[in-house]
Write a protein that binds this ligand. Sequence first.
Ligand SMILES: Cc1ncc(COP(=O)(O)O)c(C=O)c1O
Length: 307
Amino acid sequence: MQREQGVVVDPDGEVTVCCGATEGLNLALMALIDPGDRVLIFEPFYENYIPNLATAGGCPVFVTLEPPAWTLHPEVLLPIFEQGLKAVIINTPANPTGKVWTMAELQLLADLCDRFGVYIITDEIYEYILYGGTHHSILKIPAMRERAIVVNGFSKTFCVTGWRLGYTIANPELTAAMRRIHDFLTICAPTPLQHAAVMAMDFGEAYFARLAADYQRKRDILFPVLERIGLSPVLPQGAYYIWTDSAVLAPESNAAAFRLAQEAKVAAVPGNCFSDPGRAAVSGLRFCFAKKDTTLQAAAENLLRLA
Ligand SMILES: Cc1ncc(COP(=O)(O)O)c(C=O)c1O
């Protein structure tokens, strides 16, 4: 946090190492949310947020961002804050959209959170997987030191999703609340793996640059193919997914995903997995390009036969 964002945090009082960002998110929600509390979630969202919030008894309130720019509209946000919120969840760089929140967008949200006394949970797990832009942590905004819980982890940065290593950063009061839950939930993340992660954090600039360059190459194998077959993909600025439309395949995303699996042997996640479960028909597909180049090339050949 200090090296990348220039934000000094106290490792003893403000950092909690846990079993993946998944545990971190659950700790944040269990510590903050009482049954019935309203939590703002931007749609399309990372699908875990809904079951995680349900476990804590919270109620999601959705704001839909539209492709291709995924722009934030302040006039939509204000009434939602006025109606009462306990927290907001954001994810930057984002799964499934690839959106990287700008400092201006973070500031807009931070101002609203400050004004209405709302907490903000930011999931920053793809911080190093960027294609040109800059990752800003919400903790760069001084007022957010009181109101933000940052959730992060090693799964994506060091390609070790199975290790289950993550962490939260929050002020000492919020950290104490989360640690109380963490202690009874998992006690600790595996110690040997924590030692390995400490070494990995010092891999140096070249490692992080190569990580992003490798994913950019993979993105650039898949993206033009999705364009060619008429799916109108949105070029991701970060993370390792491409969001597309699905209307040319089928009127609804589940049917589109089934068609792709059957006809091209390519599995994409249907857009409805990332949307308000109350919405009827959703368009959209999410393609993951965190695959071997040879796998992506084979997928490209199959997809192009659909063109
Ligand atoms: C946005 C986002 N947050 C959190 C996670 C889970 O991370 P972890 O493996 O650290 O639990 C994922 C994994 O796909 C993700 O995409």
